[in-house]
Design a binder for this molecule. Structure first.
Ligand code: ZN
Length: 314
């Protein structure tokens, strides 16, 4: 694998951003590195969670200047939401904050296909001991990026013939070596206002441990860890109590539905307050319950030719 060609987009003291020159489907090292996932999540700090709850939608943001990405220079106006797969084994702690908004991935993909989203492979961001592969979901066209088909084996995100999703826990590095601390998927969603409202309505906020944020240890709080100024270095139970105090009951939540164990390998239930007779406040049909993750989702009927091919198995 060491001989494979690659294109380096950016080189920093602590990171390299690159793309494999042949295809992203050559990134795997071993079959055993594929791990199944059913849900994706977006983790935020408690104060950001409050803002999301007030606005009843997610708000896409421009890429942070500190983000090591070649999109930063090319797309100055790009505004995205970041999501990642939820690891059923380790979903109860986070580098990113206190509350993980969790969404069913099959339902998410079905929405993207029905609305003719493109999926692009963006880059591999490689750090000292780990790396992340980024994908852009967008209604726009970016001809300099490669469309990504997860049904092709070998890529960082793979969908098998019956519609199960997997991500590689490790990928090869640009020099052919392996990561010491593994590999993550990062989904950048270029979502408009209606998309962001839909996604919010599909998501369940779950408290996660963030109590080591100000300990100075590595990868404990992305935003405030270096300065040890995280305003909410809390355990998940403390966060859950605060969420309960901050208007959960006003919006119809039951505290029991927030227990972290309810996502640990089991089905989770979306918020009831957004669904009266199956119709949300914005008129969209909303489910009372997530669908089983082991079935193949419906095939949309309104997609264009490209999407029909790309989403054939979703
Ligand atoms: Zn923090």
């Amino acid at each position: 694998m060491a001989g494979k060609k690659h294109k380096i987009h950016l080189q920093r003291s602590n990171a390299i951003v690159w793309c494999p020159q042949d295809s992203p489907y050559s990134l795997y090292i071993s079959l055993v590195d594929y791990q199944i996932f059913h849900k994706i999540g977006r983790t935020v700090h408690l104060h950001d969670y409050e803002d999301v709850q007030k606005s009843q939608r997610f708000t896409p943001r421009k890429l942070d200047r500190r983000t090591v990405s070649h999109l930063l220079e090319k797309e100055k106006d790009l505004e995205v939401l970041w999501f990642s797969p939820v690891d059923p084994k380790t979903n109860n702690n986070s580098f990113y904050g206190n509350v993980n908004f969790i969404t069913d991935f099959v339902k998410f993909l079905s929405y993207c296909s029905q609305n003719s989203f493109n999926i692009y492979f963006v880059e591999v961001a490689e750090f000292k001991t780990c790396s992340a592969t980024r994908f852009l979901f967008t209604r726009k066209r970016y001809d300099y990026l490669s469309e990504y088909d997860p049904r092709v084996f070998g890529g960082p995100w793979y969908t098998d013939p019956i519609g199960k999703h997997f991500w590689l826990q490790n990928i090869r590095r640009h020099d052919g070596k392996t990561n010491i601390k593994g590999h993550a998927l990062e989904f950048l969603l270029e979502f408009g206002q209606d998309d962001a409202i839909w996604l919010y309505n599909q998501s369940i906020p779950m408290p996660v441990d963030h109590c080591d944020a100000n300990t100075g240890k590595s990868r404990k709080c992305l935003k405030f860890g270096k300065t040890k100024t995280c305003p909410s270095p809390y355990k998940s139970m403390k966060t859950m109590e605060l969420m309960s105090c901050q208007g959960f009951h006003e919006t119809g939540y039951e505290t029991s539905s927030l227990m972290p164990l309810s996502v640990n390998g089991k089905e989770i239930t979306p918020r009831e307050h957004e669904s009266k007779n199956g119709v949300s406040a914005n008129g969209e049909e909303t489910p009372r319950k997530y669908e089983s993750t082991n079935g193949v989702p419906e095939i949309p009927t309104t997609m264009n030719k490209v999407k029909r091919n790309l989403f054939k198995n979703f």
